[in-house]
Design a protein around this ligand. Structure first.
Ligand code: ADP
Length: 494
């Protein structure tokens, strides 16, 4: 906006019209005092100032304007009757733009000067805006840096207070911060603790995580500085945002006692199942002998008792066999003897043995899908064990329902064998755990006997056949357990 200051209303009127015709916004003042009040209150891009005014003349107004920091840079065009000496008008006003136009005003000359000053004003204004934005940006960054610093300090204090060994590292694996406990295991804050020669290298594992961006979790044996042996630690490294970059925070948690207890438990299971297996095999053999020797009438009570003893011995036997399998899996000694065999024969054998052992059940077993003539490569006995396990579970967890279905479907490069039952089903949030060792669905574990190891063994067997194992189910809606096997036969298979 331009301010015109003149005591003569006619002059003001004509100047105002002239400027407004060129699209400038205009304000007016009829005296020096009024001009000063307005100048202090509003911002003007330019002041057109009549020199000769009663009371306070144009020069006095200009001197006053020069005295205020807010206004001292506002350009002024003096209007004077005579060609005023420039040295005089710049007195006390040397920082702002100054010019003059003699009266009578030549509109073209005045507009030329107004436009020049106005452009200057706009450019100065734009520069000021940029400067202000820059200052704000600098301030914002300073603030962000301060906040970041305090977050980093907070994180370091947290890591210091942990009972674990804790550290941070950058995206290249360079260690940044380590807490006090670190030095129990490493004598330098730049190197990871020494690990057992048989364990995977921390640096190699970490490098993989850093590249993939995925958290690292590994069990590793590390050496304490003042001890000769190694202790089991759970190393976890997670990505965090620090200094605007993806940095990582890691902890070593001592799991040595837990590991030792686990090993002792595994050893105990292995020894106990071995020791139990021998007398049980004798009991089984003697029971069969007794059964044959007595040749009892099938309907007499004694024959039923003998039958029940044999059933129970059979159950005990399969329990102990499962426990033995578990210890074999734990020691990496579960043997898989792969051969090419008829899948149909394996499925039918599994069904026959299940139907035989569940002759009291009213459940009907149906088959779907034709696999006659289909040959697969694998351990027939172990795969039959998987199917028998699926079926035993179906008879157990769907007892009282009418049917169970065994479905075999051949796909492009795999065959899928499913057991579909219509029993109690499994809640969806538990599905991912049913193949875990010793896992049993809590809600139903009291109603059914079991150890929660059958499906774990099944998953290990299928894994060693490069197949997949899974379950689809929801509570009360039955369950479909299935496994798939690759169909490609090795060229050198028997
Ligand atoms: P177990 O049956 O001896 O407990 P498994 O490893 O065979 O052990 O099964 C693990 C758990 O999965 C079972 O305890 C049971 O909760 C659940 N489960 C397995 N099969 C079925 C099924 N067909 N229907 C419902 N729940 C099942």
């Amino acid at each position: 906006m331009i301010l015109i200051v003149d005591d003569n209303p006619d002059n003001i009127y004509s100047l105002q019209k002239l400027l407004e015709s060129k699209n400038f916004k205009v304000d007016t003042a009829h005296s020096g005092e009024e001009a000063l009040k307005k100048i202090l209150k509003y911002n003007y891009a330019l002041i057109i100032l009549d020199v000769q005014m009663p009371d306070m003349d144009g020069f006095e107004v200009a001197e006053n304007i020069a005295g205020f920091s807010k206004t001292k840079e506002t350009p002024i065009i003096f209007l004077s009757a005579v060609n005023t000496d420039k040295r005089f008008i710049t007195k006390g006003y040397d920082s702002g733009g100054l010019d003059y136009v003699t009266k009578p005003v030549d509109p073209d000359i005045l507009m030329l000067k107004v436009k020049t000053f106005y452009r200057l004003y706009e450019q100065t204004q734009a520069l000021k805006d940029i400067q202000q934005a820059l200052e704000m940006e600098v301030e914002r960054r300073k603030q962000a840096q301060l906040e970041l610093r305090s977050k980093v300090d907070y994180l370091h204090t947290l890591l210091e207070s942990l009972p674990q060994i804790a550290f941070t590292c950058d995206h290249l694996g360079n260690i940044g911060f380590v807490n006090g406990r670190w030095f129990q295991f490493s004598d330098s804050e730049n190197t990871f603790p020494q690990t057992h020669p048989d364990d995977r290298s921390i640096m190699a594992e970490l490098q993989e995580s850093l590249e993939s961006g995925k958290p690292l979790e590994m069990e590793v044996r590390v050496k304490k500085r003042d001890e000769s042996g190694y202790s089991y630690q759970l190393l976890r490294v997670w990505p965090i945002l620090e200094n605007g970059e993806n940095n990582w925070v890691g902890t070593f948690t001592d799991i040595d006692a837990q590991k030792k207890a686990e090993q002792e438990k595994d050893e105990f299971l292995s020894i106990a199942s071995h020791e139990l297996k021998t007398p049980l095999t004798s009991i089984k053999a003697y029971m069969q002998l007794l059964d044959r020797k007595l040749s009892l009438d099938k309907n007499c009570p004694e024959a039923k008792y003998v039958g029940r003893v044999q059933d129970q011995v059979g159950k005990l036997n399969s329990l102990i066999t499962d426990l033995l399998d578990i210890s074999k899996i734990d020691n990496g000694k579960l043997r898989i003897n792969k051969k090419v065999f008829s899948l149909e024969r394996m499925v039918q054998n599994a069904i026959d043995s299940i139907v035989q052992t569940h002759d009291q059940s009213n459940m009907e077993l149906y088959r779907q899908g034709d696999i006659s003539g289909l040959m697969v490569y694998g351990d027939e006995i172990r795969l039959e064990q998987v199917l028998v396990n699926f079926l035993t579970n179906a008879y157990k967890y769907a007892a009282g329902t009418e049917k169970v279905i065994v479905d075999c479907s051949v796909m492009t490069d795999v065959v899928k064998v499913s057991v579909i039952d219509f029993g109690i089903g499994i809640p969806e949030n538990k599905l991912s755990e049913v193949f875990d060792k010793f896992y049993r669905v809590e809600e139903t574990s009291f109603d059914f006997q079991g150890l929660g190891i059958g499906l774990y063994i099944c998953s290990e067997i299928i894994r060693s056949h490069q197949g997949t194992i899974a379950v689809e189910s929801s509570a009360g809606k039955g369950a479909t357990f299935y496994f798939t096997l690759p169909l490609n036969l090795p060229t050198d298979a028997e």
